[in-house]
Design a protein around this ligand. Structure first.
Ligand code: HGY
Ligand code: MN
Ligand code: MN
Length: 415
């Protein structure tokens, strides 16, 4: 197992923060909200900015057929690469740290090693994966899923977005339909630094999370069909109200995930009614359900409980119910040796550290299918993410990037 060398090195924190802010300014709407949905003009602008920084660092740029971007240092070394990555696409009205922290810290790590005159014994690759958020095209973590062989390229390219666009068309339109075959490079290890997006590290006053596993994810779209009818003249007992039925699903899920199922979390993040008119009983409700649990059996039980409820609902409310799977990922264990290296670096740097589970999905969970992978978490202020108030203190971001530096240096035997 690679050994950590004394942590004499430190990344250039000022440049990291300046780039986070600069990238965070790309994709702002008139109200100042940040949205760089995958393969939009805003995403293209963010991609172009990252590629420019990678070129300035002298990296060899490659783009694969699903639009994943790779910047490689020392590509000529004939050895399995260390890959450091995450994503730069965002949800709607996002924060500036989700994903970008990991990609830009990887760039900082590389520049620090270069500036110190250290040479790795293998290539080091920075990766920015396509459509990690899944907000426009499901499933999420799509670019890394295709890269890891979990989704066929053609199927991904033919995905229809929430706006009716086709993923492959948009990829070509923004000029990021690359020629490299996804998965062409199998790294010796994959590392992802990410803001925790939850409350644990801040609540416990801990600087570094050595993520040892990541919970399972189940996404589905549910369509409930009832009957449009007049809001005023239709007696309650005669209604086939798709809106009411949808609301019952939301409250069922909240009731389900309270004790004793408290480990499971459930979210109905999108809901549309048709015809969506104030004085018409909804004839149709379309909504999504996001279920997560670190335990696969509990996740399956939650899915089965929802299925049973939807069946009963059809009877009780005289509506028809259908559901379509959008994403399904089993829980993932990360590499024990890499988690130990993360902890050793934190100790060397006098940083508090704890093992933890990731509540969010990440590209590392896909890369774990093809190589040893691990994640480093840094605290999220008030545990907030997917929200403009997303924030991580500068000192915490730099500490996380320095731990990433130590682990990448150990794995690449940079000296
Ligand atoms: O859904 C997730 O957990 C990630 O933000 N894509
Ligand atoms: Mn993320
Ligand atoms: Mn996210």
């Amino acid at each position: 197992m690679s050994r950590l060398t004394p942590p004499a090195l430190a990344i250039d924190g000022a440049t990291l923060m300046q780039r986070l802010r600069e990238l965070g300014a790309i994709g702002r709407d008139e109200a100042g909200g940040l949205s760089r949905l995958a393969l939009t003009e805003q995403d293209k602008a963010g991609r172009d900015c990252l590629v420019r920084w990678m070129k300035d660092a002298g990296l060899k740029i490659s783009v694969d057929a699903i639009g994943n971007i790779f910047g490689t240092w020392m590509p000529e070394i004939d050895a399995a690469a260390v890959m450091i990555g995450s994503h730069i696409d965002t949800v709607v009205n996002a924060g500036i740290y989700d994903g970008c922290t990991g990609v830009l810290s990887g760039l900082a790590v590389m520049e620090t090693l270069q500036a110190a005159g250290l040479e790795p014994h293998c290539p080091i690759i920075i990766a920015a994966f396509t459509n990690e958020e899944g907000a426009r095209y499901a499933p999420d973590m799509m670019g890394s899923l295709v890269y890891a062989g979990g989704l066929a390229l053609e199927e991904a390219l033919s995905t229809e977005g929430t706006d009716g666009s086709i993923l492959g068309d948009e990829l070509r339109r923004i000029g990021y339909a690359g020629s490299m075959q996804p998965g062409a490079i199998t790294p010796r290890a994959f590392l992802e630094l990410h803001v925790e997006q939850g409350p644990v590290l801040e609540a416990e006053g801990i600087a570094i999370g050595a993520v040892e596993n990541l919970q399972g994810i189940s996404w589905q779209r549910v369509v409930i069909d009832g009957d449009a009818n007049h809001a005023g003249t239709t007696p309650t007992g005669m209604r086939r109200d798709a809106g009411l039925a949808a609301a019952r699903v939301v409250t069922f899920l909240r009731d389900y995930v309270t004790a004793p199922n408290a480990a499971t979390v459930a979210t109905v993040g999108t809901m549309q009614f048709e015809p969506d008119v104030i004085n018409v009983i909804p004839s149709r409700a379309i909504f999504t359900v996001d279920l997560r649990d670190p335990d696969e059996d509990r996740l399956r039980t939650a899915e089965a409980a929802l299925r049973d409820f939807l069946d009963e609902l059809g009877e009780s409310d005289r509506v028809s119910v259908s559901s379509e799977r959008l994403a399904r990922f089993e829980p993932v264990e990360f590499d024990e040796n890499l988690a130990t290296l993360i902890e050793a670096s934190a100790t060397e740097r006098n940083l508090t550290c704890r093992r933890m589970t990731s509540g969010a999905g990440h590209d590392a969970q896909m890369m774990a299918r093809i190589c040893p992978s691990a994640m480093i978490f840094v605290p999220s202020t008030d545990g907030i993410s997917h929200n403009p108030r997303e924030h991580t203190h500068e000192a915490d971001l730099i500490a996380g990037a320095n731990v990433l530096l130590d682990v990448a240096r150990a794995l690449s035997d940079a000296e």
